[in-house]
Design a binder for this molecule. Structure first.
Ligand code: ADP
Ligand code: MG
Length: 516
């Protein structure tokens, strides 16, 4: 039997961990690094590069270097913001409104799941090398705020990588598991995870081997990259005003700007002023042009006001949903590279009125928790009870385009709930079930997870037939829906497949392709 590892599949960085002697340890990659950039590239000879090697050649090969693909997982092209479509490689709308990633070098297109599977494959291989035995299974983490489609996409990426996906685990829950493994006393912990592309807040009661999530909130389209983009725009707008050239229009310049912006941002976590130097960034009729400037921490903070208020919202909501005031939080655990920014640190500190815990490694704690969950599933770790929740309300569209909630957000999973619906017209023989996820009142404002039809309802006046619709959310946070006509007993069930998730047929094809 092969080994089961824990994998933190991050937007920016990924980490693989395994249980050793009752504790999670991080496995370093072949380049001796404990984190692996979530980047895949295809070199001039069409060779596949994953991680640091891919990241290093991004400026020279922007069109064939794919970073930040997690932002596209389980999303329809039409759902993407203008910002998240602006990357140095090309993405396009597929026939089903899905996101397609173009690779000119191979004259091929990829689904986001395939690119992610290559990162997972690399980490699993690093782990097998270290362990001296094959890795066959994995617990893979996702942002707690990922919806059903995003979770399914992540699970499919694992399958395409040839792994048995033992569990999809929420990142902040994983962080709390790793943090709380050897805590003796019961406490209420707030996990604040600001990564490269996503943001999560979870509040848990931890103690005596029980980890119970009370609430979770977040934004799957907010992370360190948004802060980088503020600097990119600031640099590019200045340059445009001075030189009349928009550097964002050239892939290579955009890639260089993006890298310089991220570097400046990271430096500003430690120092008050940083220099940005980009020689030969472009050329005009007057000859080569250089970009040379300085950015101060307070200037940078001034650019990020809207991002800071986007961070405050979920933080407050998580507290409200947990029914807690800030002084009832015993411990704050900061996770993710973005939480190293002083403005973020200070904001959390002032809102919760408590200095964050300094003992957890923000880059590794999520993978550690995934390894512990793997240990729980293989019974290597005992006496731990984990109770997670569903982050978003689930429901159905009813008359007038209104969403009727069947399972409210922050309900403990696994859970099964059902509700009875009826027809709206006389002699209606078919009802369409439109499954939604989200908090808004109107169906159209929420995420449409999928539709299915229940046919063969015997003719009857409207309102008489009784259709029972049941929702099952499993421990992965993935939904299964079934509908039953109570008079005929006719039942239909399905795993929700919207156009943002791959069909089973496609997944099988990709598994075959990947094996080759
Ligand atoms: P993910 O889990 O999404 O892969 P990480 O937790 O690895 O993300 O965080 C990556 C993000 O954190 C990037 O946007 C990176 O620029 C940012 N980051 C890393 N270190 C720092 C730092 N010292 N100051 C500010 N941002 C940082
Ligand atoms: Mg992360």
């Amino acid at each position: 039997m092969g080994k089961v590892v824990g994998i933190d599949l991050g937007t920016t960085n990924s980490v693989v961990s395994v249980m050793e002697g009752g504790k999670p340890i991080v496995i370093a990659n072949a380049e001796s690094m404990r984190t692996t950039p979530s980047v895949v590239a295809f070199s001039k000879d069409g060779e596949r590069l994953v991680g640091q090697m891919a990241r290093r050649q991004a400026v020279l090969n922007p069109q064939n270097t794919f970073a930040g693909v997690k932002r596209y997982m389980g999303r329809k092209y039409g759902e993407l913001s203008a910002d998240s479509k602006r990357v140095p490689y090309t993405i396009r709308r597929g026939d089903n409104n899905e996101v397609r990633i173009q690779c000119p070098r191979l004259e091929k297109e990829f689904a986001p799941e395939e690119i992610s599977s290559m990162i997972l494959r690399k980490l699993a291989e690093e782990a097998s090398r270290y362990l001296g035995q094959p890795v066959t299974g994995a617990v893979i983490t996702v942002p707690a705020y990922f919806n059903d489609a995003q979770r399914q996409a992540t699970r499919n990426a694992g399958r395409i990588a040839g792994l048995e996906v033992k569990r999809i685990l929420n990142e902040p829950t994983a962080a709390a598991l790793a943090y709380g493994l050897d805590q003796q006393y019961s406490q209420t912990v707030l996990v604040f995870d600001l990564g490269g592309g996503t943001f999560d807040v979870s509040i848990l009661d931890v103690g005596d081997g029980v980890f119970e999530v009370r609430s979770t909130a977040g934004d799957t389209q907010l992370g360190g990259t948004n802060f980088d983009k503020k600097i990119v725009d600031w640099l590019a707008d200045d340059f445009l005003a001075a030189e009349g050239v928009d550097l964002r229009r050239d892939r290579q310049s955009l890639q260089r700007l993006t890298e310089a912006a991220e570097k400046a941002k990271i430096e500003l976590s430690g120092v008050n002023v940083t220099e940005i130097n980009l020689p030969f960034i472009t050329a005009t009729a007057d000859g080569p042009k250089h970009l040379e400037t300085t950015l101060s921490r307070s200037q940078f903070e001034g650019l990020c006001g809207d991002l800071m208020s986007r961070l405050r919202g979920p933080l407050k909501q998580a507290l409200t949903d947990a029914g807690l005031t800030p002084d009832q939080i015993d411990e704050v655990v900061l996770v993710g590279g973005g939480s190293r920014m002083p403005m973020v640190h200070d904001m959390v500190r002032s809102l919760i009125r408590r200095p964050p815990n300094q003992n957890v490694n923000p880059d590794e704690v999520v993978a550690g928790g995934a390894a512990i969950q793997a240990g729980i599933l293989t019974q290597e770790v005992q006496d731990i009870l984990l109770l997670d929740v569903t982050p978003l309300s689930l429901g159905l569209e009813t008359i007038g385009g209104v969403m009727k909630k069947v399972i409210p957000r922050n309900t403990t999973i696994p859970v099964r709930r059902s509700d009875i619906f009826s027809t709206s017209e006389n002699n209606q023989t078919m009802v369409e079930v439109h499954v939604l996820q989200g908090e808004r009142e109107m169906a159209a404002d929420n995420k449409a997870l999928g539709r299915f039809k229940l046919m063969g309802i015997p003719p009857a006046p409207r309102g008489v037939p009784q259709v029972q619709v049941a929702f099952d959310i499993d421990a992965n946070g993935i939904l299964q829906v079934s509908a039953m006509d109570r008079t005929t007993g006719r039942e239909q069930s399905l795993t929700i497949q919207g156009s943002a998730t791959l069909s089973e047929e496609k997944v099988q094809q990709m598994i075959k392709d990947a094996e080759e």
